[in-house]
Design a protein around this ligand. Structure first.
Ligand code: 6GU
Length: 224
């Protein structure tokens, strides 16, 4: 998979991709993440990428020209499955969207800033608009990092058996069951006996039961 991220703050995005699973996915050649500094595509000598909004009102708007030049350049180089705009008024990200996006070949992710982007960008270039929840961030970069992390870890070959995504919360609309490790007893607090019984059928049943119990208690909406 190739991901092209369009941002005015590439430095803000670099660290999440420079460690752990996201780094390994790139080193293994499974995903190719490219950052594009929108300011490099500014069409004026002050390197502006935003301007006052027509009709007046507080807040700057990201201009269409630099975005258009960059997106057209990228589209000339390859086909894109999705051109995603990170915005608080987009569709709320969920595991279903992550699963779907993890199987595509090329995506562009545009990080929103200021009051947002000129509506014509959304009308003519954007194919999907994504929010990561009902609260407002200073910009789309952190949201883009969240989106990319949630997608990349699902691509086959990125996770190994120990970190498998199949048993993640949400994968079957259930929260994950509780987990324990050694010691089996600490301060008199014991691990559920079934987990140390060696009876794998019983263990599976217990985990499924606990997953349902936890989901009913914390996220009954997932069971509807
Ligand atoms: Cl994608 N962008 C911003 N600026 N705020 C958000 C968001 C995105 N998702 C939730 N809040």
């Amino acid at each position: 998979m190739r991901i092209d991220i369009i941002t005015v703050l590439p430095q803000l995005l670099e660290s999440p991709f420079s460690d752990s699973i996201l780094k390994r996915a790139q080193t293994k050649g499974i995903v190719d993440v490219n950052f594009h500094n929108l300011r490099d595509y500014s069409t004026n000598k002050h390197k502006n990428i935003d301007d006052y909004q027509f009709g007046g009102g507080a807040g700057m708007v990201m201009m269409i020209e630099p975005i258009s030049i960059l997106i057209e350049k990228l589209k000339n180089e390859r086909n894109y499955d999705e051109i995603i705009y990170m915005t608080p008024d987009g569709d709320t990200l969920n595991q279903g969207i992550c699963n779907q996006l993890s199987s595509v070949k090329n995506i562009i992710v545009l990080c929103g800033h200021y009051k947002g982007v000129d509506e014509r960008v959304r009308e003519h270039y954007i194919t999907k608009e994504i929010s990561i929840g009902d609260y407002v961030l200073s910009g789309g970069e952190l949201a883009a990092a969240v989106l990319c992390d949630s997608i990349i870890r699902l691509i086959p070959g990125v996770l190994n058996n120990e970190t498998s995504a199949l048993t993640d919360s949400f994968q079957d609309n259930l929260l994950a069951p509780p987990v324990y490790t050694r010691p089996a007893e600490f301060n008199g607090w014991e691990v559920p006996e079934v987990l140390t019984s060696g009876d794998f059928k019983k263990i599976e049943e217990w985990r499924h039961e606990k997953a349902i119990e936890r989901t009913e208690k914390r996220r009954p909406d997932l069971l509807d």
